[in-house]
Design a protein around this ligand. Structure first.
Ligand SMILES: *[C@@H]1O[C@H](CO)[C@@H](O)[C@H](O)[C@H]1NC(C)=O
Length: 147
């Protein structure tokens, strides 16, 4: 019992707190939604980005105390610039969505908004991508996925 619990904890660390997609299910879904190669950004780059930003947790939220904004969802999209959560000061809602819509498991709104961000600011808008994906060999991020 203890052993099984430990195994579960090791292999599925986010399942308790959010809706964690598998890496390949995420890759398949965003490809379906037209993100592969979008604005010149390959599928492996998007998968790497989401791994480091949210670990594929569609419900991930992180509060930024310096500007009282929050990052939402699998792409950790920021409420200061891109979505409305009714509590972020001086927010602009560039994607014209409720921040909670960026946590929906069908990923439709999150992908739409990610497309707008990459068009306006480029992929380096994501710190997780800059720190962990830029200039790296990303072939492992699609390994084992039938795409
Ligand atoms: C990237 O990594 C894969 C697997 O580890 C390897 O086969 C490939 O040659 C690497 N590509 C480059 C450009 O280093």
């Amino acid at each position: 019992m203890k052993f099984l619990f430990l195994l579960g904890f090791l292999f599925f660390p986010m399942t308790v707190h959010g809706v964690r997609m598998s890496r390949c299910a995420f890759a398949r879904r965003i490809k379906e939604l037209g993100l592969s190669g979008y604005h010149g950004v390959s599928l492996a780059n998007w998968v790497c980005l989401a791994q480091w930003e949210s670990d594929f947790n569609t419900a991930a939220t992180n509060y930024n105390s310096w500007d009282r904004s929050t990052d939402y969802g699998i792409f950790q999209i920021n409420s200061h610039y891109w979505c409305d959560d009714d509590k972020t000061p001086h927010a602009t809602n560039g994607c014209g969505v409720r921040c909670s819509q960026l946590e929906e498991t069908n990923l439709v709104k999150a992908v739409e908004c990610a497309k707008q961000i990459v068009r306006q600011q480029g992929i380096s808008a994501w710190v997780g991508w800059k720190n962990h994906c830029e200039g790296h060999n990303l072939s492992g991020y699609l390994e084992g996925c039938s795409l």
